[in-house]
Design a protein around this ligand. Structure first.
Ligand code: FES
Length: 192
């Protein structure tokens, strides 16, 4: 009986060891592929981010934050470049990028509108306001407009709960946004 248990234990160890080797080989093979090319300016930012944080402890998140702060999103091609240089698998980097909603995977539109959909703002007309913005911009909630000019997103609290409905346009907060105020905010002069 003891012999059988020892045999089982050895077999399991062997299987685990083989899987680890296979996984390591897959990572090495993947990392030996040349990374994809990025547009010049994006590539420069990504490489600067990697160089700046590479030697930090747990460099992946600071690198991703740095890229997003400078480009507004994480270009898909940068995932392979980061994985290659940090000796991680693409799946590991991709997993972190997709886990945190903060990280964008699409180039941001020229004009980004965020509408608070939380309860206090809904009680003050956030839903109607959202429908109006959709018809004014041709952009559905959670999407980019077909011309790439707008993107409309929801958020659950902008910290202006007593002064809803609250909206952020290109990062600027606006409280008590009624239809007149919306017209002002969306006028070309205001957005230039
Ligand atoms: S609930 Fe809308 S800003 Fe807080």
């Amino acid at each position: 009986m003891i012999k059988i248990n020892q045999f089982c234990f050895c077999s399991i160890s062997y299987v685990v060891h083989s899987c680890n080797l296979k996984y390591q080989n897959m990572k090495n093979t993947q990392n030996s592929l040349p990374p994809p090319s990025l547009p010049e300016q994006e590539g420069r930012v990504v490489q600067q981010s990697i160089d700046q944080w590479m030697s930090a402890e747990g460099p992946l998140l600071p690198i991703l934050h740095h890229i997003q702060d400078h480009l507004g999103y994480i270009p898909p091609a940068s995932i392979e470049l980061i994985a290659h240089q940090l000796n991680l698998s693409r799946a590991e980097v991709h997993g972190v990028v997709t886990y945190y909603p903060h990280f964008r995977r699409e180039k941001p539109a020229l004009r980004q509108i965020v509408v608070c959909q939380a309860e206090a703002c809904q009680a003050r007309g956030a839903r109607e306001l959202t429908r109006t913005i959709e018809s004014r911009t041709g952009c559905r909630l959670g999407q980019h407009s077909p011309d790439g000019q707008w993107c409309l997103e929801s958020v659950y609290c902008l910290g202006l709960c007593a002064s809803g409905p609250a909206v952020a346009i290109n990062g600027c907060l606006h409280a008590r946004v009624d239809h007149d105020r919306l017209n002002e905010l969306l006028s070309p002069g205001d957005l230039a």
